[in-house]
Ligand binder design. Sequence first.
Ligand SMILES: NC(=O)C1=CN([C@@H]2O[C@H](COP(=O)(O)OP(=O)(O)OC[C@H]3O[C@@H](n4cnc5c(N)ncnc54)[C@H](O)[C@@H]3O)[C@@H](O)[C@H]2O)C=CC1
Ligand SMILES: O=C(O)CCC(=O)C(=O)O
Length: 533
Amino acid sequence: MTAQNPAPKVLISDALSPAAVQIFKDRGIEVTFDPNLGKDKDKLAAIIGEYDGLAIRSATKATAKLLEAAKNLKVIGRAGIGVDNVEIPAATARGIIVMNTPFGNSITTAEHAIAMMFALARQIPAADTSTQAGKWEKNRFMGVEITAKTLGLIGCGNIGSIVAERGIGLKMRVIAFDPYLSAERAVQLGVEKVELEDLLKRADFITLHVPMTAMTKNILSAENLAKTKKGVRIINCARGGLVDEAALAELIKSGHVAGAAFDVFSVEPAETNPLFGLENVVCTPHLGASTNEAQENVALQVAEQMSDYLLKGAITNAVNFPSISAEEAPRIKPFVALAEKLGSFLGQLTEAPVKGIRIEYEGAVAHLNLKAISAAAITGVLRPFLPEINMVNAAMIAKEKGIVVEELTREVAGNLESVIRIVVEAEDMPRHASGTVFQDGKPRIVEIRDIQVDAEFAPHMLYVRNADKPGFIGQFGSLLGEAGVNVATFSLGRDKPGGDAICYVAVDEPISDALLDKIHEIPMVKRARRLRF
Ligand SMILES: NC(=O)C1=CN([C@@H]2O[C@H](COP(=O)(O)OP(=O)(O)OC[C@H]3O[C@@H](n4cnc5c(N)ncnc54)[C@H](O)[C@@H]3O)[C@@H](O)[C@H]2O)C=CC1
Ligand SMILES: O=C(O)CCC(=O)C(=O)O
């Protein structure tokens, strides 16, 4: 890493496996490992501004308030599945990628749910306490068999499916409520897909495996709990807040529910809870993912994913941006730069509100992963009006502003290998320009207003639209020379002799207001605009 391009910095603020620290170090990333920091939100807010990446489990709460202080943050990596401890809209609005590790702890969590089911069926924790207290209460702990019982899954995704397979292996009848479970997948798993009402009526054991969303919050409400079969046992290894804990406690006390095993609670860390202290209640402190194997998996995976993003721009398992594989990233990168610059060119020329952006992909580029390239184009167009926009929040911002974004692909790009053409529909008029990337990987602009040009993008540029008449170039060149402005590249084009012409110039110094005024005074000049890239 050079002084201009220092090593990215990552903060690990929860108890991740130390394997993650090594991966970051091996990849040349500076890493701070402070596993208790997540619990101290003020201390975390005081230092988060220094970091490019934040690696967490569930103790760190990445709230909108914390993210406000995270001025340099580019990526949050959740070593685990649930991202409900991250305010995703706030992260997206700040252009922060949020990644999780969707499979690394699934088996472990499914095994915990099964362990909880056995613990409940045979009251193992209470029997253990009693036995170790020397009581030998053989008659107190009468259990139930699991074989031939109905296991009701609420949510049959990665973890739910593993629980289903284990349940079938234990000779249970497995039924599942999951609106997104396809009929084919249900058949493949050997589960019966049912409606929630049916599941509530039939299940002897209910186990939850849904994420916490507006739809699933309180899915086992007091009303739904009352519809369950008498003697049901309920297992929650998904998220606190999916079940009305107070209502469940009442149903356990009344004997309607035979027991509950909870790993997750509506308030965590759970110091008090309506379920605590009841007979036939088994509790663990959010241990679902806590095995050596799972923690090693998720720590390695999150560290690799975050490093790939910070170092190469590859995006895997982001919950707020489409994936870009490590192989795709280098191929996409030059087109991301082209789309951003081309969009920026048009955005800087646009003075009226933008209504629509059409991005046309021609030739080889049309076969790449276009989501990131389009996001870059939108970013370029809108940044002159919205300085905070970036690739992660671009699509969301365009939607919020009612800007219609269209993508179009064509197989051929004339005599070039790939062309990106952007059309910006503004309230005054449409504007368009095209660009390409040559062998050297540098983006070039090849068409403006249907006039062919061939120019690179430079930090300081000047765009002039003029009448194609003799004398313009002389006057224009003299003005630049007199002002001591050195021209780096000069590109000209016209629609027809004596028609409309454009001139696109890269200069070494910024153009002053006074010089711009003088350029406007050249009689042939229709419009002159300074551009920054
Ligand atoms: N206790 C622990 O330590 C752990 C808890 N978890 C929790 O388990 C959850 C599930 O994890 P995965 O199975 O990997 O997620 P997943 O995304 O593979 O599966 C979730 C399933 O829920 C279904 N679903 C979504 N909304 C639903 C609704 N309204 N009603 C019924 N089904 C609905 C989806 O269709 C999907 O099939 C995570 O979101 C996380 O909150 C995950 C890992 C460890
Ligand atoms: O990191 C943990 O221990 C919790 C895991 C979890 O809840 C998840 O992955 O969703």
